[in-house]
Design a protein around this ligand. Structure first.
Ligand SMILES: NC(=O)C1=CN([C@@H]2O[C@H](COP(=O)(O)OP(=O)(O)OC[C@H]3O[C@@H](n4cnc5c(N)ncnc54)[C@H](O)[C@@H]3O)[C@@H](O)[C@H]2O)[C@H](O)CC1
Ligand code: K
Length: 510
């Protein structure tokens, strides 16, 4: 799914109104009716106090339409107009008149702190103060109102965006924004919704298709994509009949040290389970027996050193090399990695201590082949590119790093983001159960395996992250977040392939 900028969405609005020959009021009615339908289906007539905080622009207009529809369906609604400016939008004004037609309780106006209503924990709040039109800091008293609503602990549904949140700046103590339980956004999610620092403001995200002009949306180029099943389906390369294992490549997994052999064992297993034709593991000597018994399908080569890697020599020509899991960053391992980089120019995936070594020996970065995939978790990323001010600054720095070194960076997190040049691919699978030891080692194996099967490294990273997360989602349903461990993900990657083209269950009666 494309993620559009605010300017593109505002343009889409205009184009839609022209091409569909509808008024902006009709488009607002359509968008707000879809939100109403959703809320109505969940509340199912429940007589809980609903308080709607409306701004004076079109987000406020949406709020008034939702309020009118709720009133018409017998809900207890109080609408407030937050009077932060005198410039009311036309559609706000029109809907202000319309809501007055269905209720004797006219929307009351909030002009300052004295007008703040009491909000109980049991209230249901609809936040329609600001949407994508917010373009300057909130006035002091409006910020206080936002904090007042947040403090209430009431259930909050934000319309289009949590009010106070800018599309390109993180909320913080000085820049307050509504902390919603649910954000219902129109047509396209906004990038900020997927950044970790915004998570506590967004709550559960719902995207509503309000029927903006298909042609405009299709032909407008974006550099941000959300990866769901339809996008992942397009990345899959079907296997041919009469294939043999050579068709799916030979992956070399290098890493491990005394006490950390499990990491490469997981990576190797995931590489095989994702479909690589052959896997060889290169580890310190102490890994030999463990690896031969835990991953019998893989071949094992060992370093002359017992406990850490010191000299990575092999007499084979792999299609891809994955380096770093459990390797440590000792002097001899660093030297061995340096020799490896200088002597081989195979496609590479670098994880964990591989990234830590690159962070310490920055001049090694230029030895990485173009399109190498790096898979840092936040700590490793910070060591690699330095501290960032906020998540936007982080993305800016990673894009710069990617362009400068021609590398693909997989920023691991709740929504893993794959960065290549200025392009962002935001993954939408995965769950908190996957925050478990070894989960990253498995991901490296999945990506390595796809490269070994001749997927382009960027596609391998995007598709691999999707499959890894999807497997976690499927397993969490079977075994809970708590019960999920990395080995389960490695063992069950095949389920995410099966799921790709599985027909969704038809609802009863269809
Ligand atoms: N295609 C769609 O997505 C549709 C969106 N709709 C809704 O419209 C809003 C955007 O409406 P807009 O009137 O442009 O802006 P807002 O309501 O978000 O903001 C109101 C208004 O306030 C001014 N302003 C900005 N910052 C401040 C400030 N700090 N203090 C005071 N005033 C401020 C600014 O000039 C804005 O005009 C979108 O989010 C949707 O909710 C349509 O309903 C249908 C289609
Ligand atoms: K809002």
């Amino acid at each position: 799914m494309k993620i559009f900028d605010i300017e593109q969405l505002a343009k889409a609005d205009k184009v839609t109104i022209e091409k569909q020959e509808i008024s902006s009021t009709e488009l607002m009615e359509r968008a707000a009716t879809l939100v109403f339908n959703d809320i109505h289906s969940k509340l199912n007539g429940a007589q809980i106090p609903i308080k709607i905080f409306c701004g004076i622009g079109n987000n406020g207009g949406d709020g008034l339409v939702i309020g009118r529809l709720l009133l018409e369906h017998g809900y207890q609604v109080i609408a407030y107009v937050v009077n932060y400016s005198n410039k009311r939008s036309q559609d706000f004004l029109l809907n202000y008149d319309r809501i007055k037609e269905v209720s004797n309780n006219w929307p009351s106006s909030i002009k300052g702190e004295d007008d703040f209503p009491e909000i109980s924990e049991k209230d249901f709040i609809i936040d329609a103060m600001f949407g994508i039109g917010l373009n300057r800091p909130l006035e002091d008293w409006v910020g206080k109102l936002v904090r007042h609503i947040n403090r209430s602990k009431a259930f909050i549904v934000a319309i289009d965006m949590p009010s106070g949140m800018f599309a390109d700046k993180m909320p913080n103590e000085k820049r307050p924004a509504i902390k919603a339980n649910v954000t219902i956004t129109f047509q396209s999610p906004k990038l900020i919704f997927f950044l970790p620092q915004a998570a506590e403001y967004i709550g559960d995200l719902q995207v509503i298709d309000i029927g903006l002009d298909r042609e405009y949306l299709a032909k407008t180029a974006v550099n941000k994509q959300l990866i769901n099943k339809p996008e992942a389906q397009l990345l899959y390369k079907p296997r041919i009949n009469f294939a043999h294992k050579g068709d799916y490549g030979h992956a070399l997994i290098i890493g491990g040290s005394y006490g950390k052999i499990g990491s490469i064992s997981l990576t190797a297993k995931a590489t095989l389970k994702t479909g690589a034709g052959m896997v060889t593991i290169f580890s310190p000597k102490c890994g030999y027996q463990i690896l031969q018994s835990t991953v019998p399908e893989a071949m094992v080569l060992t370093d002359e050193n017992e406990e850490t890697l010191s000299n990575i020599e092999f007499d084979l020509s792999p299609d891809v090399i994955c380096f770093g899991m459990g390797a440590g960053t000792s002097k001899e391992t660093t030297a061995a990695f340096k020799d490896l980089l200088i002597n081989t120019k195979k496609p590479m995936v670098i994880d964990a201590d591989g990234i830590n070594i690159l962070s310490k020996e920055k001049e090694l970065i230029k030895e990485l082949p173009e399109n190498t995939v790096l898979t840092p978790h936040p700590g490793e990323l910070e060591r690699l590119i330095g501290k960032w001010k906020d998540d936007f600054d982080k993305l800016y720095k990673v894009k710069k790093f990617s362009k400068e070194h021609k590398l693909i960076v997989v920023i691991k997190g709740a929504h893993t983001i794959i960065v290549f040049n200025d392009d962002l691919y935001i993954n939408n699978t995965g769950n908190p159960g996957m925050a478990t030891a070894g989960s990253g080692d498995v991901l490296s194996g999945v990506i390595t395996s796809l490269i070994s099967q001749k997927y382009e490294p960027l596609i391998a990273a995007v598709f691999g992250v999707y499959l890894h997360g999807k497997t976690g989602d499927i397993l969490a349903e079977e075994m809970s977040y708590e019960g999920l461990i990395a080995g389960d993900i490695a063992d069950n990657i095949g389920k995410s392939f099966l799921d790709l083209f599985k027909k969704e269950m038809q609802s009863e009666g269809n």
